[in-house]
Design a protein around this ligand. Structure first.
Ligand code: ADE
Length: 249
């Protein structure tokens, strides 16, 4: 049973790669897939690429070519929910594509052919991930020495929205959040890949779970500290959390 760990950016993946015993690089669909052992667990590490199509291609390859048993995503996201601050972690409960709009043929945000707006993550896998995230965040509370985090980190579990846009304007983030909330979908965070991976996993019957460290508030300064945050905070979170998550499998 192989577990795939997907990251969006190479920086996010680098700390994970160091843990692989007997790493084997396999090129497929123009991507590098790293097979190996992580503390006795069979894993494949891959980059999702950025955006929904790239992520769907990677997830499909993981299902078809690598026959993985489950996919877990670690990455960063912009916080849009109340109280979702930089340094917090969101574990996805389900996903919506905020840029899906086939109206008036289908209701706004509905996935044509799926008769629904949201796709859920696997409950059992997400519960394990939530446990690993909560334990880590608890352990670093008050200790995390980064000037990029000004609040005590917290953990959230709920709806995440994906779309092919880096949201970097407060007015856009608020508009997106309000429109979805008025339709009963209260979004915690935005990113660019998770909903696509959730859809591929749904199609292949693969359990999927995702965690996103909040790197910004999807506002006008969203891009400013993004690279530094990914390098110094998100990679450390991902490394520690994946280690304890894999031990729970
Ligand atoms: N990933 C991290 N921050 C993001 C943002 N503001 N919009 C989309 N994806 C993101």
């Amino acid at each position: 049973m192989t577990t795939a760990i997907l990251s969006a950016l190479p920086e996010e993946q680098s700390s994970l790669l160091q843990h692989l015993a007997q790493p084997q690089r396999v090129m497929h669909a123009g991507r590098a897939f790293w097979r190996g052992d992580w503390h006795g667990r069979s894993v494949v590490l891959a980059l999702s690429g950025i955006g929904k199509v790239a992520a769907a291609t990677t997830a499909t390859a993981l299902a078809e070519r690598f026959g993985v048993a489950r996919i877990v995503f670690t990455g960063v996201a912009g916080g849009v929910g109340d109280g979702v601050q930089v340094g917090d972690v969101v574990v996805a409960q389900d996903y919506v594509q905020h840029d899906m709009d086939a109206s008036p043929i289908f209701p706004r945000w509905e996935l044509p052919g799926y008769a629904r707006i949201r796709l859920g993550c696997d409950a059992a896998l997400s519960a394990m991930l939530l446990e690993a995230v909560s334990a880590y965040v608890e352990s670093v509370r008050g200790l995390f020495d980064s000037k990029l985090i000004t609040n005590q980190p917290r953990v959230h579990h709920g709806l995440v929205a994906s779309g092919d846009r880096f949201v970097s304007a407060a007015v856009e983030a608020q508009g997106l959040r309000t429109a979805l909330r008025d339709a009963g979908h209260d979004v915690l965070a935005v990113e660019m890949e998770g909903a696509a991976v959730a859809q591929v996993c749904h199609d292949y019957g693969l359990p999927f779970a995702a965690m996103r460290t909040i790197s910004d508030r999807a506002d006008d300064t969203a891009h400013v500290d993004f690279p530094a945050f990914v390098n110094t905070v998100a990679t450390r979170y991902a490394e520690h959390i994946m280690l304890s998550f894999l031990q729970k499998l």
